[in-house]
Design a protein around this ligand. Structure first.
Ligand SMILES: [Zn+2]
Length: 261
């Protein structure tokens, strides 16, 4: 275990089966050196669940409307909710998860997704909060949205799975890349090339539990403790010490989400 703690920067701690044993999951994480967890939400009902979780030490909330549910929510309703965020006990560390996804069959169209994404990006910029971005099938469109802010937007593109060229365009636009369980899989060639070749300070670590598995671990079995395995896989890939991986990725996560040491 590295002497520097690790951070799970993306975990859906309220979702089953994880949500049935939050205390156990956090204890097992702490036992492996993972002492902080950022929990993104995805729609207004989930905001309340995330807000309650963030009352626990080491758990931090992000609020957002996910592209998968871009349709049913009236933006005027959630912008009013967001206006009240300053008063809540557990203020958000990020706006997320938000983004674009054109791979979902029967999902909302790109125009509907953009209509929900844009005000959230502006909210993040105006409130000096980072964004937690999800993207499938619309990388050029998302990059264009981020670039419109001319460097004034910070955040992470989570669950990065693509090659180094595209990765460098997103880091060049000021975003971090979230590396998760996929770095433990030999077959994820493009991703492994990114993880090996980009500067280490391009990355933060995440599990996306319980959505993405590791080599030998099913998605439903993943939990924040597995950040330790992701860090170990990255250390081997990059031929660096676990200590260095922990130091650089934790420092980055702390700065991005202003978690404090
Ligand atoms: Zn997620």
């Amino acid at each position: 275990m590295p002497s520097i703690p690790l951070v799970d920067t993306h975990c859906h701690l309220f979702m089953p089966p994880l949500g049935h044993d939050v205390t156990g999951a956090l204890d097992r994480a702490a036992a492996r050196g993972v002492d902080r967890v950022v929990v993104p939400s995805y729609d207004p009902p989930s905001w309340t669940e995330v807000r309650l979780l963030a009352e626990r030490p080491g758990v931090f909330a992000a609020y957002g409307v996910h592209p998968w549910v871009a349709g049913p929510w009236d933006p005027s309703a959630w912008s009013a909710w967001w206006d009240g965020l300053d008063e809540i006990a557990c203020p958000p560390v990020a706006v997320g998860e938000i983004g674009l996804d054109t791979k979902l069959p029967d999902g909302p169209g790109l125009a509907a997704q953009l209509a929900v994404l844009r005000p959230q990006l502006e909210y993040a910029r105006d409130g000096d909060l980072p964004v937690i971005l999800h993207c499938r099938g619309a990388f050029e469109e998302l990059l264009a949205e981020v670039e419109r802010f001319g460097g004034a937007l910070r955040g992470v593109l989570h669950a990065w799975s693509r090659g180094p060229e595209l990765a460098a365009r997103f880091t060049g636009a000021g975003l971090a890349l979230g590396l998760g369980g996929a770095v433990t899989r030999d077959r994820a060639r493009r991703l492994l090339q990114t993880a090996r070749t980009l500067p280490l300070d391009s990355f933060i670590l995440e599990t996306d539990a319980p959505s993405i598995g590791l080599d030998g671990v099913l998605p439903a079995e993943t939990e924040p403790a597995h950040v330790a395995d992701i860090a170990a896989a990255l250390a081997v890939l990059r031929n660096e010490t676990l200590e260095t991986i922990a130091e650089v990725t934790t420092d980055h996560a702390q700065q991005l989400f202003r978690l404090g040491a």
